[in-house]
Design a protein around this ligand. Structure first.
Ligand SMILES: [Zn+2]
Length: 263
């Protein structure tokens, strides 16, 4: 699970300016999950060497292919088009892009034309809600609106049905699955850290976040199916989830922002 990329830059002042000029990258919390494009390129080379099998359409998605590595992006940051797409194409890789539809064409995010360019290049597109509100905190009416309005918006842009969604905030619930199924979704991607298993419930795909402070051997170990590494990440995630439940999402995000700003 990727988010934004930034242009590779050796001069720290130029890098700081690039971050400051970007609505996402200037936020230390969002930047944790953003990557230098050179690191991304190295990782795509590692994935391409595995010959992964991201299918050409959502209905051909299942977890029965051993050693498949699926590449996903959340939020619809402009760098997905400007930096990630050419690298993916250079390795002949296909990826999935989940777009926050209220942000389409706004500062730092992909325009409708750029989304269509991704699709023409063979990429798979799904929604990431309208407003990026965490689904787990929404009333049923608000949740239904996020599901249907984001789907209709992206379908309008692409001119084809959209049947996949990645959950903002990442946490799945049975009521979210039920409402998403009713809204016409067939695939739900979460941020639950795990490896997908054969027979995986398509309304509960797990994913593993890629962040810029991970060691260089992190992705190679994941690609090798290192179950102990995944289990350790999942345990750390459960501790974070417990803190979120105790504090509430807003207080958790606020405290996390303070800690990151201090660093
Ligand atoms: Zn997101």
């Amino acid at each position: 699970m990727y988010h934004a990329l930034w242009r590779g830059e050796d001069d720290p002042d130029a890098l700081a300016r690039q971050w400051a000029a970007d609505s996402q990258l200037r936020d230390p919390g969002a930047r944790l999950y953003a990557l230098d494009r050179r690191v991304f390129e190295r990782q795509m080379r590692q994935i391409a060497a595995l010959r992964p099998a991201c299918p050409e359409s959502w209905d051909r998605l299942d977890a029965s292919t051993p050693n498949a590595a699926w590449i996903t992006f959340d939020d619809g940051h402009r760098s997905n088009h400007d930096l990630a797409l050419p690298i993916l194409q250079s390795f002949g890789l296909r990826a999935m892009f989940f777009v926050t539809t209220d942000w389409i064409g706004s500062d730092g995010f992909m325009t409708e034309d750029q989304l269509r360019a991704l699709r023409r290049a063979g990429m798979l597109l799904g929604t990431h809600g309208c407003s990026h509100a965490y689904f787990s905190g929404l009333s049923p009416e608000a949740l239904r609106r996020e599901l249907t309005a984001s789907k209709e918006r992206l379908e309008g842009v692409l001119g084809e049905p959209v049947t996949a969604l990645a959950l903002p905030g990442g946490r799945n619930r049975h009521r979210i699955q039920d409402l998403a199924r009713q809204a016409g979704y067939r695939h739900l991607f979460t941020s639950r850290i795990a490896l997908a298993k054969p027979g995986q419930d398509p309304l509960d795909w797990p994913r593993i976040p890629i962040a810029n402070r991970q060691p260089e051997d992190y992705l190679p170990r994941l690609l090798a199916g290192d179950a102990r590494l995944v289990a350790a990440q999942a345990r750390a995630q459960r501790r974070r989830d417990l803190a979120k439940r105790v504090l509430g999402n807003a207080a958790y995000d606020f405290l996390r922002g303070l800690l990151l700003a201090k660093r």
